[in-house]
Design a protein around this ligand. Structure first.
Ligand code: GLU
Length: 390
């Protein structure tokens, strides 16, 4: 399949293996999720008919901690996609050094055509199908594309009914009223903004907010908050889009056109595989901040790198979300809650430190930025596997 996400994820592991000492069996393990769960969720629609939805949960690796990663509701969800996304979660948690492995789940559904009641029944059905595998010290889901606090609340409630005790740390991205963390909503966008600020520190003369133009593809929760923080700091957000299309200087543009705009910074914040070998040559931005998961394919990575475009990877740029999920989990397990200022300060410390670690490898090894992050992340995972004797 063209641009099959899991094939891309495996190619990336092969690329990083050339830079690390990894034996063959470890490499095979890294390229294969530990477990891929599948279920048919049957729910009653409002019109009384029963409909079946395909659902998945891929648990990639838990050497560094419980499996961690969101659940997305989208008609393009596939087994290959959740396997790739679960692999990327392992690298993401390791890049920012938080104590989790990687997982991802999804349901093949267009949630926009379901009622609230149908969405609730679907979310509860998902939990009923997989609850045995979830738990604060086993596998901790969270929101992803088209899911949020409401779905997390239903899932937590269903889980607690099934296991017979309260366990808020089994899922993150919950509303504040139900053991959520301050700052979780803004976290992914804010984390990306902290990365941008680190870039500015390095290139003080080249990035001046008021002279720096930004185009953002996707204004879901992630893109929206990134834009808010960037604008507040004085950056010029000149283009944005949603799934239907976008705007540039008050002109209508398509999502494809947005990627080729003459801006300084391009921020793909929607879905995977939008910058490929076919359009990478046409990208005019100097920097790319990957706020979506997997928006740049491995072939495109190399083209961008050769063109001198600095494309900062998803495992760094969008790690703010899972980092504040980690804070939420820690607060839940301790039963002690922090202020928003505390959360933001702790997030900034982790993002800054992770950026510096990736940047150091990028400049010293002269590899593309994704490979630099992977060298850091995969090595951390392999060390944990070794210590466990796996
Ligand atoms: N879905 C988000 C991601 O891809 C957040 C995952 C989480 O908080 O566990 O990073």
């Amino acid at each position: 399949m063209l641009n099959d996400p899991f094939t891309n994820a495996q190619k990336q592991i092969d690329a990083v293996a050339k830079h690390l000492k990894i034996d063959k069996s470890t490499l095979t393990k890294l390229k294969t999720p530990d477990r891929v769960l599948k279920a048919d969720l049957k729910i009653k629609l409002d019109n009384g008919k029963v409909q079946t939805f395909k659902a998945f949960r891929s648990e990639h690796n838990n050497a560094r901690g419980p499996y961690k990663g969101g659940i997305r509701y989208h008609f393009n969800v596939s087994k290959s996609e959740v396997k790739a996304l679960s692999t990327w979660m392992t690298w993401k948690c390791a890049t920012v050094g938080i104590p989790f492995g990687g997982a991802k789940g999804g349901i093949i559904v267009d949630p926009k055509i379901l009622s609230q009641g149908e969405l609730e029944r679907l979310s509860r059905a998902y939990m009923r199908a997989f609850y045995k595998y979830f738990g604060a010290w086993k596998d901790v889901p969270a929101p992803d594309v088209n899911t949020g606090g409401a779905e997390m609340s239903w899932m937590l409630d269903e889980y607690e009914k099934l296991v017979g005790h309260q366990e808020p740390g089994m899922i993150t991205g919950k509303p504040l009223e139900l053991y959520g963390s301050q700052g979780r909503t803004e976290a992914t966008g804010l984390g990306g903004f902290y990365v941008l600020e680190q870039l500015r520190q390095i290139w003080k003369d080249r990035i001046l907010p008021k002279n720096t133009t930004i185009a953002v593809q996707g204004i879901g929760n992630v893109g929206y908050w990134f834009i808010e923080f960037a604008k507040k700091a004085g950056y010029q957000v000149v283009a944005w889009s949603n799934s239907k299309g976008g705007e540039y200087k008050r002109e209508k543009i398509t999502n494809e056109e947005l990627l080729e705009l003459p801006v300084d910074i391009l921020v793909p914040a929607a879905l995977e595989n939008v910058i490929t070998k076919d359009n990478a040559g046409k990208v005019k931005a100097k920097y790319i901040l990957e706020m979506a998961n997997g928006p740049v394919t491995p072939e495109a990575d190399e083209i961008l790198h050769k063109k001198g475009i600095v494309s900062l990877p998803d495992v760094l740029c969008n790690a703010g979300g899972v980092t504040v999920s980690y804070f939420e989990w820690a607060q839940n397990n301790a039963g002690y809650y922090w202020t928003k200022a505390d959360v933001f300060a702790k997030l900034k410390a982790i993002m800054d430190q992770s950026f510096k670690a990736v940047w150091q490898i990028y400049t010293s090894k002269k590899v593309n930025p994704r490979l630099a992050a992977y060298i850091l992340a995969v090595d951390r995972v392999v060390q944990a596997m070794r210590l466990r004797g796996r």
